[in-house]
Design a binder for this molecule. Structure first.
Ligand code: A3P
Length: 363
């Protein structure tokens, strides 16, 4: 396996890894495309695989390909989309709470006993059980897949899409914290021990290092480059505003009432005047707030299991602690982590790639 951080390869070793981990017969598109796609090393020495212009870690690409081929949205199903660490957990909670408000009273609300990712499944994870999990009554699914790689079944449907994005500097810090806390657990997991040294990932880092920023700027992280991900949805939302609602985490934080009402309207569950008078909007905001969600027992001590690989009938699972999804939930936390030079570097890319499309952040 290559150890250089930038060298491209066609990685015969990775094919062995794929044969070891993934056997999605008879639909194994991953197996077919793997010898032809670029592979690069990113942060923590993880391998990233480039497909349709975006990078994916080993654990995401097969599920993404599977979703591209097999996912079919149900009528009226709403797709919640985001780049990782933009507030997906929050958006899922809000949309789920909005849709279930007429029949889920506070004490029985699933959001009080399940992580919101368990209430609204990703179309690209939990590969085998996805059919079963997607048959939830609430017409919501989620994805991190970039717009241009979404299953054609979504693009060609009338399904509405809600996209949540965030200041890239905060996303970068959030990703760094998430990976850093997660990587030690990966070493201890069944998956980590099976793959062992083959993954060649490095252990937890104490300080935010330049190489992690370099990987972020090069787009070498799940569904990166971040800016291209945003741009795909932003342009699509400008073309079809009735089908794609584009929300910034910062706006959702600062003008929560306005955006929650807008979200409800957009997904087809508008608040009636009577509900507004009864304080329903605020109830949902309070239920889904960072303070409330992060202090729930299930989110403090629970875990969610992702199926990240399949070999014959053996499914490799990876357990993620729910508390990893709740860190600070603040706008502008990057100021506590990034040097001025790091912030400027990210801002310059944002300016270059997004400002001409009218997308800026002033935080
Ligand atoms: P920080 O790491 O900056 O705290 P995702 O859900 O896409 O994985 O994003 C995780 C980020 O959203 C984390 O940001 C997390 O703390 C924040 N978050 C999670 N739940 C939230 C909530 N209910 N309200 C606001 N932010 C939330």
């Amino acid at each position: 396996m290559e150890s250089s951080s930038s060298k491209m390869n066609s990685a015969p070793k990775s094919i062995e890894k794929e044969e070891y981990m993934f056997d999605l017969e008879p639909d194994n598109k991953f197996k077919q495309i793997l010898p032809t796609i670029p592979i690069k090393k990113g942060s923590w020495s993880l391998d990233f695989y480039q497909y349709e212009g975006f990078w994916y870690p080993f654990s995401h690409l097969p599920g993404m390909l599977f979703a591209q081929e097999h996912f079919k949205p149900q009528p009226n199903q709403v797709i919640l989309s985001s780049f990782p660490k933009c507030g997906t957990t929050w958006l899922k909670a809000l949309a789920f709470a909005i849709m279930t408000r007429s029949y889920e009273s506070e004490p029985t609300n699933p959001l009080l006993s399940r992580l919101s990712h368990d209430c609204v499944p990703f179309i690209e994870f939990n590969i085998r059980s996805s059919q079963q999990r997607l048959s939830l009554d609430v017409p919501l699914v989620s994805t991190h897949i970039p717009y241009t790689s979404l299953p054609k079944s979504i693009i060609n449907s009338s399904s509405k899409i809600v996209y949540l994005c965030r200041d890239p500097k905060d996303v970068f810090v959030s990703i760094w914290e998430f990976y850093n806390r997660n990587i030690t657990r990966l070493f201890e997991s069944e998956l980590g021990s099976k793959l062992g040294s083959e993954l060649e990932i490095t252990r937890e880092k104490d300080v935010l290092e330049e190489d992690v920023l370099e990987s972020f700027c090069q787009g070498l992280l799940s569904c990166g480059p971040f800016w291209d991900h945003i741009l795909g949805y932003w342009r699509a939302s400008l073309e079809s505003p009735e089908r794609i609602l584009f929300i910034k985490y910062e706006d959702l934080t600062n003008e929560t009432v306005y955006w929650v009402k807008k979200l409800a309207q957009f997904i087809g569950y508008p608040f009636s005047l009577e509900e507004e008078d009864q304080g329903m909007v605020q109830k949902i905001i309070d239920l889904c707030s960072f303070e409330n969600m992060s202090n729930l027992e299930v989110n403090k001590n629970g875990a969610v299991t992702l199926e990240v690989g399949i070999k014959k009938d053996e499914v490799y699972k990876y357990e993620l602690k729910n508390n990893l999804y709740f860190r600070k939930g603040k706008v502008g936390d990057w100021k506590n982590h990034l040097t001025p030079a790091m912030a400027i570097r990210i801002d310059q890319i944002t300016e270059k790639k997004l400002s001409s499309y009218g997308l800026t952040w002033n935080v």
